[in-house]
Design a protein around this ligand. Sequence first.
Ligand code: 3PG
Length: 214
Amino acid sequence: MTALLRLEQLGVIPVVVLDDVVRADDLADALVAGGLPVAEITLRTGAGLAAIRSVAARGDVLVGAGTVLTADDVDLVVDAGATFVVSPGLSLAVIERCAARGVAVLPGIATATELQAAVVAGLDHVKFFPAGKSGGRPMIETLAEPFSTVRFMPSGGVSADNLADYLASPTIFAAGGSWMASRAHIAAGEFETIARLSRAAVDVVARVRSGALA
Ligand code: 3PG
């Protein structure tokens, strides 16, 4: 299964900021315990790359890299084991290097101009960022009108409270967010909380997709 299909199947993606790589294994255990074996580990901290390597080596978690800004970053995270790459914005150099390395790429877009650039670059999956402040689900659905083949992963301002509403849109294939595995919870070693919040998010995905929530 491709990484994008797996992301769609999971439906929700924890965005992780790790301050210390020693927390990586416990974090991965908590996500697995919560039924959500996926993490977008960001390069926002010095520990990010080592954490990608550590979690990817386990083999039981789909590991992506976030805050990937340059083609050189792509090489570093793919060499560390990341199978999908996420950026806050759109960089053709990042997109091209991901294609060359054979990994999925989700550039961040928030305008029609950026979305058009992604489509022209051959993509049909993008991140919508920062989702809440850029107009949320209504803006995604408006952008999707002229670009009907594109599907979106909102991230930034997605929460336990609005996850169901985002996922109820057929244009949205998954949502990303930090609330399930927050930097504070990781730093405090609150891994049971992370497992519980992950499980709750997985339940929302299942309920939306079964038609129990809309
Ligand atoms: C991202 O990179 O997508 C965001 O930092 C996640 O945003 P959140 O903290 O609002 O969930």
